[in-house]
Write a protein that binds this ligand. Sequence first.
Ligand code: PBG
Length: 324
Amino acid sequence: MKFPELRARRLRRNGLIRDMVRETVLSPDDFIYPLFLIDGENVKNPIPSMAGTFQYSVDRIEEEIYELVELGIKAVILFGIPEHKDELGTEAYADEGVIQRGVRKIRELTDRLYIITDVCMCEYTSHGHCGLVEDGDVHNDKTLELLAREALSHARAGADMVAPSDMMDGRIGRIRRALDEKGFSHIPIMSYAAKYASAFYGPFRDAAQSPPQFGDRKSYQMDPANRREAMKEVMLDVEENADIVMVKPAMPYLDIISDVKQNTLLPVAAYNVSGEYAMVNAAAKMGWIDRENAMMEMLTCIKRAGADLILTYFAKDAAKLLRG
Ligand code: PBG
């Protein structure tokens, strides 16, 4: 098989044949849309660094929820912004916490949306770290107890799935045990298994009002330079019975997504994070990039690399385009 008998361009001659031989096709079923819920009433705050996204108070989410359902998006992941933060992040596992109320409200509004909750302490602690701080660092094992309480409290409120994003050791096993003991053995865990200490989370930390008040997250999130270590993290979570494993961020980590896809049997999720979203928007605003094309290319390539599910702020815009 070689040139001139073989010509690869034959299968690219027109749109019809290109459609027929396309290997990766996006669908709204692939998307999980992140939603920010804030304490208070009648709030719909635009998030400046993430155009088109808002912080909603629970009483204002109706419109957004119906739009998602109408667009055929199947799932949301919820992030909470509590009014009150403290050392122990108590609002994270409060029965009347913003997520707990939000989950109940969405349940009331529709049964056509799968509700995933982000399980982490950083939005709820006064110091902004993802767990309980002792001697200037996050204490792993004490944090596990708080995460288990938080996950359980989300499940009790009616969440369909919990997604721990804290990167503590042993959290999947600890949360699994807590859920099973209390009658929630049917609730799956989507683990942020390979989560890197990334500069691309910048806009999210504005949106969730969760930047660390001292230091950084490098003692728990992974070093971007490490590829093999991602498989170590993923294997640990698989052993602890995670149901879905996630790689985060997505775009600069396609090699990791591909490794995870090839070396596990679980569905793979990828988080197309806030910084990736903000960069496309910013460049498009300057007239330097075509927003729609860049968005679709980015999402398609994340799926091509091996992602079965993509958490993305582009979900609504991409679903609109796919619908035609
Ligand atoms: C909480 C959490 C973060 C993101 C998702 N869950 C922030 C962080 O770890 O600092 C980032 C999402 C994004 O940037 O879109 N731990």
